[in-house]
Design a protein. Structure first.
Lengths: 180, 308
C-alpha cells in the first residue's frame, strides 16, 4: 500500500482559512445561513470551519449534522448495509441558505442523498456544497462543489484519507492511498 | 458497516449481544426520524412486505404496518378471518402464494410454536416473527429492552421482574433471553401454577410474592393473564388473582424508591394493573408503544439491507 501526502497540517490550515474567507465573501454576516456537516466524517471538518468562521464574523452560526444513510441509493445493493449516525439539526432550515460540508467529494451519490434527507427539515432557499478534497473526474452524478479545498486527480481504485486532529490523529493530514 | 448475524428474526434466542446493540443503535436513529415533521425515509422503497396474522393483534400489526410505511415499503395485510385458510389451505401454500406475488419479507404471527421457523426452512423471503404461540415475541422484547435502556441509561446490572402469567407468555420468554444477553438480572413472579416447571434453568430468580418482587426490582414488566390460552383453571378466580397479584398505585408509592412500570398490552385494567397504577408517573407503557415503531423499523431495515 503506497501513501502520498496531499496536504500537510500547515497547508491545510491555509486552505481552511481561504475557504472561510470565500464563505464570508458570499454569506456576509451569516444572518440567514446555516452549516450542515455530513455524517460520519464531514462533521469534523464542519466543526473546524464553524470555529474559524465564528472567530472571524464574531457571532454564532447554527451548526447541524446530517446523516444520509436512510436516503442512500445503494441500499440492498451492497454486501453490508451502511451504519447510521446521528442527525442533529436543532433548527428549521426553511427559507435559509444551507452550506453542506463533507471531507471528500467522489461519486456525488452521498451529496444526492443529503439533498434528499435535508428536505425533512424544510425547504432551504439555497444549498451550497463545500468539500475539502474534490476527486476530479470520478463523478457518477451531475454534482459539483461550490467551494473546494483541493482538487486531486485520482483513479477509482485509489482512496483519499483525511486525518484530522478532531478524529484523534496526531496531525491534520490528507493522504492519497494506492490500493494494491 | 453493520449486519445482523441472522437472515430472519425468528426469536431472541438466536441473536447475539452485538445484534441487539446494533438494533438499538439503529432504532435510536429511527426514533429521531419518526419525531420529525416528515416522518418518512425512502430506504425500503423497492421492498414489499406481507403482514400475515393468523392470530388477533392490534398494537403489533399497526406498529409493524406503520414501521413499514415509514420506511416507504409496499405493504400487504392478511388476516385469517377473511382468507382461504378457512377453506383448508396449508400454511406453506398460503405463504408460497403470497410470495409468488413477489413479496420480499414476511411478518407473521401464528398460534403454533415454531411456525416461523418452519417457514424459514422452506421459503426465501426474510421472516420476522411477530409472535408464535407461547414461544417467542422477539420485537416486543426488543422494544421492552430498548425502553428500559432509554429510561435507565443501560440494561447491564439492572434488576427486572416479569410478573404474571409466565407460562403462557411469549413476551416473557423473549424478554428473558434479551435481558440476560444484555447483562440484566431477571426475576419471574406469579402464582406457582402460572410459572413453567423448569423456568429456573434459564438462570432467572423465581418469586411467588409480588410485593417482594417489587421490592427487589428496578423495573416491573407486568403481563396479562392470557385466558384465551388457558384450557384449565390455573387459579380460583380473576378476583382472587387481582387480590394477590394485582398492582395498585398505592403498592408502587409505598415502595419508597423509583420503579419503572411496563406492560406489553393489552392491559386488563383492574386485573393485573389498576387504572391508577397504569396511568401513574411510574408507567412507561405508552413510551413502549412509541419505541415499538422505531425498533421494528430498525429490524426491517437491517434484515432488508443484508439480502443483497
Amino acid at each position: 500500500m503506497q501513501k502520498k501526502l496531499v496536504l500537510d497540517s500547515h497547508l491545510l490550515d491555509i486552505t481552511l482559512n481561504r475557504l472561510c474567507q470565500q464563505l464570508i465573501e458570499n454569506h456576509g454576516d451569516f444572518t440567514s445561513t446555516v452549516i450542515l456537516g455530513m455524517q460520519p466524517r464531514g462533521i469534523f471538518l464542519a466543526e473546524l470551519i464553524h470555529q474559524k468562521l465564528k472567530a472571524l464574523v464574531k457571532k454564532s452560526i447554527p451548526l447541524g449534522y446530517l446523516d444520509t444513510t436512510f436516503h442512500r441509493d445503494d441500499f440492498r445493493r451492497r454486501e453490508i448495509p451502511a451504519k447510521a449516525s446521528e442527525t442533529k439539526i436543532p433548527f428549521a432550515i426553511e427559507g435559509l441558505k444551507v452550506i453542506l460540508i463533507d471531507d471528500v467529494l467522489f461519486t456525488g451519490r452521498t451529496v444526492r442523498a443529503a439533498l434528499d434527507a435535508m428536505i425533512a427539515f424544510g425547504r432551504p432557499s439555497k444549498v451550497e456544497l463545500l468539500v475539502l478534497v474534490d476527486r476530479k473526474a470520478t463523478r457518477d452524478l451531475p454534482i459539483s462543489a461550490d467551494y473546494v479545498g483541493k482538487y486531486v486527480d485520482t483513479l477509482d481504485s485509489q482512496r483519499v484519507l483525511v486525518e484530522l486532529e478532531a478524529q484523534g490523529h496526531k496531525q491534520n493530514k490528507i493522504w492519497l492511498i494506492n490500493k494494491d | 458497516m453493520s449486519k445482523l448475524s441472522q437472515r430472519h428474526l425468528l426469536g431472541i434466542k438466536n441473536l447475539t449481544r452485538q445484534d441487539l446493540e446494533l438494533i438499538f443503535e439503529t432504532a435510536d436513529n429511527f426514533k429521531d426520524v419518526i419525531n420529525r415533521p416528515i416522518k418518512k425515509v425512502p430506504s425500503l422503497r423497492d421492498v414489499t412486505i406481507a403482514n400475515i396474522f393468523f392470530e388477533n393483534s392490534t398494537r403489533t400489526r399497526l406498529s409493524f404496518e406503520l414501521a413499514e410505511k415509514r420506511l416507504s415499503a409496499d405493504v400487504i395485510n392478511f388476516s385469517t378471518s377473511n382468507s382461504s385458510v378457512k377453506k383448508g389451505e396449508t400454511l406453506l401454500d398460503t405463504v408460497n402464494n403470497i410470495l409468488a406475488m413477489k413479496v420480499d419479507m414476511v411478518v407473521m404471527r401464528h398460534a403454533s410454536v415454531g411456525a416461523p421457523h418452519f417457514l424459514a426452512k422452506h421459503i426465501k423471503a426474510n421472516i420476522v416473527n411477530a409472535g408464535d404461540g407461547t414461544h417467542e415475541h422477539p420485537t416486543q422484547a426488543l422494544l421492552d429492552a430498548f425502553s428500559i435502556r432509554e429510561k435507565l441509561g443501560s440494561i447491564e446490572g439492572k434488576k427486572i421482574a416479569i410478573i404474571g402469567d409466565i407460562l403462557h407468555s411469549r413476551v416473557a420468554l423473549s424478554n428473558i433471553f434479551a435481558l440476560k444477553k444484555l447483562g440484566a438480572e431477571v426475576m419471574v413472579c406469579g402464582p406457582p401454577t402460572l410459572l413453567p416447571k423448569y423456568i429456573s434453568s434459564l438462570d432467572v430468580l423465581v418469586e411467588w410474592d409480588v410485593k417482594k418482587a417489587l421490592e427487589w426490582c428496578d423495573v416491573a414488566n407486568v403481563l396479562r393473564i392470557q385466558l384465551e390460552r388457558q384450557q384449565i383453571k390455573y387459579f380460583p378466580s380473576l378476583r382472587e388473582y387481582s387480590l394477590y397479584y394485582g398492582i395498585t398505585k398505592r403498592i408502587l408509592d409505598d415502595l419508597k424508591k423509583e420503579i419503572v412500570l411496563m406492560h406489553p398490552g393489552p392491559i386488563n385494567r383492574g386485573v393485573e394493573l389498576t387504572s391508577d397504577a397504569a396511568d401513574s408517573h411510574h408507567s412507561i407503557i405508552l413510551d413502549q408503544v412509541e419505541n415499538g415503531v422505531a425498533v421494528r423499523m430498525a429490524v426491517l431495515y437491517l434484515l432488508a439491507g443484508a439480502t443483497a
